[in-house]
Design a protein around this ligand. Sequence first.
Ligand SMILES: C[S@@+](CC[C@H](N)C(=O)[O-])C[C@H]1O[C@@H](n2cnc3c(N)ncnc32)[C@H](O)[C@@H]1O
Length: 314
Amino acid sequence: MRQNNFIYTFKYDTHNSELCKLESRQLFGEQEQNNFLFSNVAIDPSISPFIKSRFEINLSSDNYDDLLDLVRQEAIHKDGFKAEYLVLNGDDTKYQDRLSKLKDIGYCIEGDPDYTNPSIIYSICRYNGQWHFGLLEKHDSDWFKHKNKPCSFSSAINMDIAKTLVSIATKGDKSKNILDAGCGVGTVMLEACVSGFEVEGVDIHWKACVATRKNLAHYNYDANVIRTDLKDLNNCYDSAIIDLPYNLYTHSDDISTLNMIASAAKLAKRLVIVSTADIKKQITESDLEIIDFCTVGKKGKKFERNIWVCEKYD
Ligand SMILES: C[S@@+](CC[C@H](N)C(=O)[O-])C[C@H]1O[C@@H](n2cnc3c(N)ncnc32)[C@H](O)[C@@H]1O
């Protein structure tokens, strides 16, 4: 039987459901269901806007008292710890019972607890009659600060979509470098930087480059922004993200779309492309294979974006 090392929990609004499932397929090779997922893949939960926490399973038992014995046998001594009960969908353990179980766990661990600023969180959860004990890593919401970036414009992509584009493009591998092709005001770059990815941005418009540099500097991020037409760039990247012009404030037509996609395909093996139009034809003409796709709506609006995950044929 397959042994899973981690349980991931998810939270997302309905309009982001398809995007979350696309990200889950690309990161874990399978879709989350009921807002959680058992997996062997180790992903930093903070790279995704939808992953709430990562529970690393250390000990398991179908008997609760046996699980406590197993925890005691570990002879854990840790100052600054906190214990939390992770409620998975389907676990009907009542609140008071959960509290008393937390106390049980706390008494199995030696050291002074810290409830406000813990250095480590031990956790228990129950799924399908099995009790699990392990380490809980929570999503760090530090990236919310980007809401107040100094420069913005109406064609900028939502922060949560930008964050997902980065995780999909890299599959969560922090050794991968990314190109933000047509960086606008740098929404994608900010999300790459806060998660520790190496990223470079390019835009044909000098005003966009100035705005992106200003935004990056505001948060003390160190990333290069190049002002050029994408077709004239010669660097190499593991992946490229293209948020195509929507033809609202920036010009777009089939030829310029094809030029952007074909140019990016020369620079990176893996591309994640955002479009409002159907661009299957331009993707195929750029010798790329579409490996995954979804449509994402805007909360309360009719506006829809297509997200295309593409790779170069070998
Ligand atoms: C939809 S906007 C990107 C918005 C960006 N993701 C953000 O959130 O700020 C598309 C960008 O592509 C840029 N662009 C269009 N054609 C380009 C080209 N040939 N080379 C480089 N950038 C280009 C535009 O100047 C524009 O800033």
